[in-house]
Design a protein around this ligand. Structure first.
Ligand code: ZN
Length: 291
């Protein structure tokens, strides 16, 4: 069964059979009643894992790596924590768009218009969504000491988009409905849904290395001080991960000493006088402006 006509470039197909799916639903219903509803989240995981494993996108099969516990914790959080929203401060937005523009200026012919969003959420996280959406969490923004540090994180995320890493990784964690909404461009702001959905995902190690390497190259082509990216990675590495913390940048971006070491080597090769990224602006003022 093809959800899209065969002549479209992206092909989404679902090979699940009704019988198998019904079997999973029946077992889920049984356990959900038995456990007074708590099993629902584990059951949902089973359905998602099954449906995604039966779904192909551009010929790739998906795998669902989420667990029932993650869904359950997410549900509890959604009950007690107000819905994460975006920061809507115009000055902050302009500053971040300016940084993205400086990064993208030498890369002419980029097929995407990058949309930068700050999620009003204290998690230290940043996410790239397919199609050109970069979501920086307020918690991550507040960790940056200067705009060059944020530029490093942004360059890394933009590289995930340009390499289309996110297409595979994000879809692994996403509901089919959301996947279709994004594929058809039907939603005004899918990025925050995506940001929530990808909380637990991990890019493949090779994808991370490519995003680091090409992100650092992007920083240097834009003549931004490469030590900003190095300093940010060092700070994130030093940051202790506390038990029970929401997913952080490091849970989707595994910390390895080699990654930092290769970034430092690459940064040492820079031979230029860095541009002033946001001349005459106080970064401590901009990063804190979330309304
Ligand atoms: Zn990454």
């Amino acid at each position: 069964m093809h959800a899209a006509p065969p002549q479209t470039v992206r092909r989404l197909s679902l090979q699940a059979t009704g019988g198998e799916l019904f079997g999973i639903y029946a077992i889920n219903l049984f356990f959900t009643i038995l456990t007074l509803g708590v099993y629902y989240f584990w059951g949902k995981t089973r359905v998602r894992r099954y449906l995604l494993s039966q779904t192909e996108f551009d010929g790739d099969r998906f795998e669902w790596h989420g667990t029932g516990k993650e869904l359950f914790i997410g549900f509890l959080k959604a009950l007690i924590v107000p819905r994460p929203d975006r920061c809507r401060d115009a000055e902050q937005q302009r500053a971040l768009e300016r940084i993205a523009a400086v990064l993208l200026a030498p890369a002419s012919g980029t097929p995407y218009t990058m949309q930068i969003t700050v999620a009003d959420n204290r998690d230290v996280n940043g996410v790239a969504a397919p199609g050109g959406s970069v979501v920086i969490f307020r918690g991550l923004l507040e960790e940056t000491a200067r705009p060059e540090e944020l530029a490093g994180v942004m360059a890394h995320e933009i590289q995930h988009i340009l390499h289309r890493h996110g297409t595979r990784a994000v879809f692994r964690e996403m509901s089919l409905g959301l996947l279709l909404r994004i594929a058809t461009g039907g939603s005004g702001l899918p990025s925050l849904d995506v940001a929530r959905a990808v909380g637990g995902l991990r890019y493949r190690r090779g994808d991370e290395e490519a995003a680091d390497r090409d992100g650092m190259a992007m920083v240097q082509r834009a003549r931004i001080d490469p030590q900003g990216m190095v300093a940010m990675y060092e700070r994130l590495q030093r940051r202790p991960e506390r038990r029970g913390e929401p997913p952080t940048y490091l849970s989707s971006h595994p910390r390895t000493a080699e990654r930092l070491a290769s970034l430092k080597r690459q940064a040492a090769e820079a031979r230029y006088t860095p541009v002033a990224l946001l001349p005459g602006r106080r970064w401590s003022h901009i990063r804190a402006r979330c309304k």
